[in-house]
Design a protein around this ligand. Structure first.
Ligand code: ZN
Length: 74
């Protein structure tokens, strides 16, 4: 299980971005919303999309190549 955060707003009003806890590219905690624990970024993204319209994933911590995050969950 991995903990995910959502940015409140990106600098250029590009919407919200999903980050894994501990991501080096994550902004400071006061500009983040805690999303919750998920098995992978796709589950986190789905949850975020229920609350917000413009949601993307961070390319640094959320791999687009597969369904699992780069961090091991066991
Ligand atoms: Zn990230």
């Amino acid at each position: 299980m991995v903990f995910f955060y959502l940015t409140n707003f990106l600098p250029n009003d590009e919407g919200h971005e999903v980050h894994v806890q501990g991501c080096a590219k994550m902004p400071s905690m006061d500009s983040l919303t805690y999303l919750g624990p998920f098995n992978n970024y796709k589950e986190a993204l789905r949850s975020a999309e229920r609350k917000f319209d413009e949601v993307s994933v961070c390319p640094h911590c959320c791999s687009t190549q597969n369904n699992t995050v780069l961090f091991s969950d066991d």
